[in-house]
Design a binder for this molecule. Structure first.
Ligand SMILES: Cc1cc2nc3c(=O)[nH]c(=O)nc-3n(C[C@H](O)[C@H](O)[C@H](O)COP(=O)(O)OP(=O)(O)OC[C@H]3O[C@@H](n4cnc5c(N)ncnc54)[C@H](O)[C@@H]3O)c2cc1C
Length: 454
């Protein structure tokens, strides 16, 4: 290189130098001595040194990508206000809920103290218009369900039963007076709701074989029967009870208040999933309900089905949240856990599990996103909601089982959250229509043949 070339290249190098950094380095090592030593090295030695330094820097400073289960950036489809709300819910779940869930899940206790804090988020009754409800798109209801379930499926079930099934029954089937009485207070979580449809002897076939009865005695409706699995019912203020009218043989809906005589709710113990949710066995013994507490626009099971259609999409989102929580926990774990001297995330077989989880999760997310768009466009059918519920609850089972697998023995400890997601995925799989029942709904729609009963 000519002298001029050398000067130019030195000037170029000097331009790049951060003098402050150089001064700091000079405090730690004798730079002049180091430069002299470097000057004595030949080309081959210099290349070797550079290789060593860059590979050390890579190892030391290896920047791991952030953990985020939204691989296709669906969040970019939200407005900034919607994204802010999503983050508000996420922060609440991380700060207030995550620290207490495993302990409460273990003890099968519901953290009552979170209810007023939850109310402050103003996310109850998201899609409803009026009655102090936010009146946001169904898409936001889904995003919120995902965010809650991402941390804990029990809390998301508490919320789904209250805001979706119970408030939804009143919103879709109540009279104006009933809506005015209940919805604003339920929106603020001052009153809590439950939804009683399933019975001890009749689950999937409840549309046809409901055993709980109602009969008007000239003064009141008299309800008799039992309801099983009813979430929130041990502490709810109002329980929507569906019962068959002995006279008209039609299904009617009732606002049963917890203080009604003849109403009893006993907690179902020893569940292996959703342990935080307080599910009850309800017994109605000559339970008297005034006509003013009969849902005025619920005239047959078709009206009950309207409520289920509206909320089934939310359950599909819940499955997505469960899968996302398990995937993110598993990914985090595999980056930290070292075996054979390296993080297990660096092994091909572990990466295969992670990619399978992520592909399932991403397929589910894109599916429910479209599902909610259809709900917002009012073109959602029962079979659309059923397909998403079937697909997402099946794929979630696969995701959580892979998450449990990459955690090894720790996968069965509550401490890492994954064990809880594994158990809770089982409840999502069964409620709001089992895989078989939702498949039969879709099967009927695409073939034109009903295969429910032979
Ligand atoms: C944790 C949890 C919370 C719940 N919360 C509530 C709640 O708040 N309110 C409420 O009302 N209910 C609630 N449920 C009830 C839930 O909706 C029912 O469990 C569900 O509908 C299935 O009914 P089942 O459990 O009685 O099963 P069954 O109906 O007895 O079904 C048993 C099996 O038979 C299959 N099967 C039934 N019929 C057919 C057929 N024709 N063809 C093929 N297979 C068939 C089912 O798919 C299933 O695999 C909850 C359930 C759970 C587990």
């Amino acid at each position: 290189m000519s002298l001029l070339g050398k000067i130019k290249s030195t000037m170029g190098l000097l331009k790049e130098v951060d003098l402050n950094k150089l001064a700091t380095i000079n405090e730690k090592i004798d730079l002049k001595q180091a430069m002299d030593a470097l000057g004595d090295l030949d080309d081959r030695q210099l290349k070797g040194l550079m290789k060593m330094l860059t590979s050390k820097a890579k190892k030391g400073q290896h920047q791991l990508p952030p953990i985020d289960g939204d691989f296709y950036n669906l969040d970019l489809k939200l407005s900034s206000a919607q994204r802010d709300l999503q983050m508000k819910v996420r922060n609440f779940m991380e700060d207030e809920i995550r620290p207490l869930v495993n302990d409460h899940w273990n003890r099968a206790k519901f953290p009552m103290e979170i209810i007023p804090k939850f109310a402050k988020l103003n996310i109850t009754g998201v899609p409803y218009e009026g009655y102090d409800c936010p009146n946001m798109p169904f898409l936001m209801e889904g995003i919120i369900a995902q965010e809650i379930a991402r941390v804990d499926v029990s809390i998301s079930t508490f919320f789904g039963v209250h805001s979706g099934l119970a408030m939804g029954s009143i919103y879709l089937c109540g009279s104006e007076e009933q809506k005015q009485e209940w919805l604003p207070k339920m929106q603020k979580l001052e009153k809590i709701g439950a939804f009683g449809l399933t019975e001890p002897n009749v689950g999937s076939a409840v549309s046809q074989g409901m055993e709980t009865t109602c009969k008007y005695d000239g003064e009141n409706w008299v309800l008799n029967g039992q309801k099983k699995w009813i979430g929130n019912a041990t502490f709810a203020d109002v329980i929507i009870i569906w019962a068959k009218d002995i006279d008209s043989k039609r299904v009617k809906g009732f606002l049963v208040r917890k203080e009604n005589t003849g109403f009893k709710a006993e907690k179902i113990e020893d569940k292996m999933a959703l342990r935080i949710v307080q599910n009850a066995l309800i017994t109605l013994t000559d339970c008297k309900v005034p006509e003013s507490d009969r849902l005025q626009n619920a005239n047959s099971f078709k009206d009950t089905a309207k409520v289920l259609k509206m909320t089934r999409a939310g359950v599909a989102w819940q499955a997505v949240g469960c899968a996302r929580g398990a995937y993110e926990s598993a990914l985090k774990y595999t980056k930290k856990r070292e075996q054979f001297g390296r993080p297990i995330a660096s092994y091909q077989l572990i990466q295969n599990h992670l990619v399978e989880m992520l592909s399932n999760l991403t397929a589910m997310q894109t599916m429910v996103f479209r599902l909610s768009e259809m709900q917002d466009q009012d073109i959602l059918t029962d079979e659309h909601a059923s397909l998403a519920k079937v697909y997402c609850s099946m794929r979630t089972r696969d995701v959580v089982s892979r998450a449990r697998e990459v955690l090894g023995g720790n996968g069965i400890l509550l401490e890492h959250d994954v064990a809880r997601f594994v158990a809770d995925a089982e409840a999502i799989y069964s409620y709001e229509g089992t895989k078989e029942i939702n498949s039969l709904i879709v099967g009927r729609a695409i073939t034109g043949y009903s295969a429910f009963v032979n």
